[in-house]
Design a protein around this ligand. Structure first.
Ligand SMILES: *Cc1c(COP(=O)(O)O)cnc(C)c1O
Length: 372
């Protein structure tokens, strides 16, 4: 590789392709006491809160680390030690929540679903009715392991009817798919800098109901992942509690400006949907079959079945696509051999069409090499 090699396009669930403006925002250093940096943090918190309509009831607490750190902080701070969390499980990120709860020593009730389809809100509600000791539901909005979209609105309504708190891992949907924490009575939404807002990775955040945070003093299992303490410190001083990811915050602030300029959520959603539609149609034309029913396919990432060909090796396909400038993603299913292609990031249908041309020539090469 040399300086003239163009940057690869990342068609993955994060890190993803960012705009040059976002990357350029990182070309200066910030001190953590700097008033300008603290203003940047305050603006970022307010703008992230606005994405899910939480200004009156909720607050945005950023957390250093990848998205999982913020999920762990939310569960460890918002769920009391005697709490019991129902986890509808239809994929890898749901399984990660179950694992976090186990590590934290919080009681979990797993409700398993097929990983090729969405969770069923009626089944979730029946489980809540059966077990009044369940205090919280932890739902993954878009299960990035497959790309299936879970019925957030129906699950939120079930939680509201049954009087249980809902914590949503909206990591791969925040900013692209509508969420209204106020109207739907959601206790907390967790997401991260490096997904659909199109910042760079390195910071998670939790949009939490203020009254839930107020009740959580001294509850966290961890010093660094104590969301309450992080919130109180930020409110008191305007500064991050420990060293902030300054460049990540600067990039996210720039990404939020571009998000607004593009037209906010409706425009981002439309761009991702156009990417998904071009991707699915183009891959189908090349003989690939998507795993999911189109009705439950999110505009975030698409899982394809691996071709039924003895010569198929994803590693081989990946390397050839990488050499053509496109980074794809392996599958995450246990039973079916698959791979994934993302629709999110600073990309449009022109990029998808260029990628499809690369897939076609890669298939041609692989067929040739299998005949040698
Ligand atoms: C990306 C993602 C996460 C966080 O994963 P990290 O590896 O910590 O960034 C969590 N949940 C979902 C649904 C995701 O897509």
């Amino acid at each position: 590789m040399n300086d003239r090699t163009p940057d690869p396009v990342l068609l993955t669930p994060g890190p993803l392709t960012t705009s040059a403006v976002t990357r350029t925002a990182m070309l200066r250093d910030w001190g953590s006491w700097d008033g300008a940096f603290n203003a940047l943090t305050a603006t970022m918190r307010r703008q992230l809160l606005d994405v899910v309509g939480g200004a009156d009831t909720h607050t945005c607490v950023p957390m250093q680390g990848s998205g999982t750190f913020a999920v762990e902080a939310a569960l460890g701070t918002l769920v009391p030690p005697r709490g019991r969390v129902l986890v509808p499980n239809n994929g890898a990120y749901c399984a990660r929540i179950l694992r976090i709860l186990r590590v934290l020593g919080r009681e979990a009730v797993e409700v398993p679903f097929d990983e090729c389809g969405p969770v069923d809100a009626a089944v979730v509600e029946a489980a809540l009715v059966r077990d009044p000791r369940i205090t919280h539901v932890a739902l993954v909005h878009c299960e990035t392991g497959t790309g299936v979209l879970n019925p957030l609105h129906a699950v939120a309504a079930a939680c509201a009817r049954q009087g249980r708190a809902l914590i949503v891992d909206a990591m791969s949907s925040f900013g692209a798919l509508p969420i209204d924490v106020g109207a739907e009575g959601i206790e907390a939404v967790v997401a991260a800098s490096g997904k659909c807002i199109e910042g760079v990775p390195g910071m998670g955040f939790v949009i939490a109901r203020r009254t839930a945070l107020e009740a959580a003093e001294g509850r966290a299992h961890s010093l660094s992942l104590d969301l309450y303490d992080q919130w109180r410190y930020l409110e008191r001083t305007g500064q991050w509690r420990f060293t902030p990811p300054t460049h990540v915050v600067a990039a996210l602030a720039a990404a939020l400006v571009q998000y607004r300029q593009e037209g906010g959520l409706p425009a981002r959603r439309a761009r991702y949907e156009a990417n998904r539609d071009a991707l699915v149609a183009g891959m189908r034309a090349l003989g690939f079959v998507p795993l999911l029913d189109p009705a439950v396919q999110s505009p975030i990432i698409v899982t394809f079945r691996s071709p039924d060909d003895p010569g198929w090796r994803f590693e081989n396909f990946y390397e050839r696509m990488r050499a053509r400038g496109f980074v794809l993603y392996p599958g995450k299913l246990t039973r079916i051999d698959t791979f994934r292609i993302g629709c999110i990031g600073a990309i449009d249908t022109a990029v998808i069409h260029a990628m499809l041309v690369a897939v076609e020539s890669t298939l041609h090469d692989m067929t040739l090499s299998s005949h040698i």
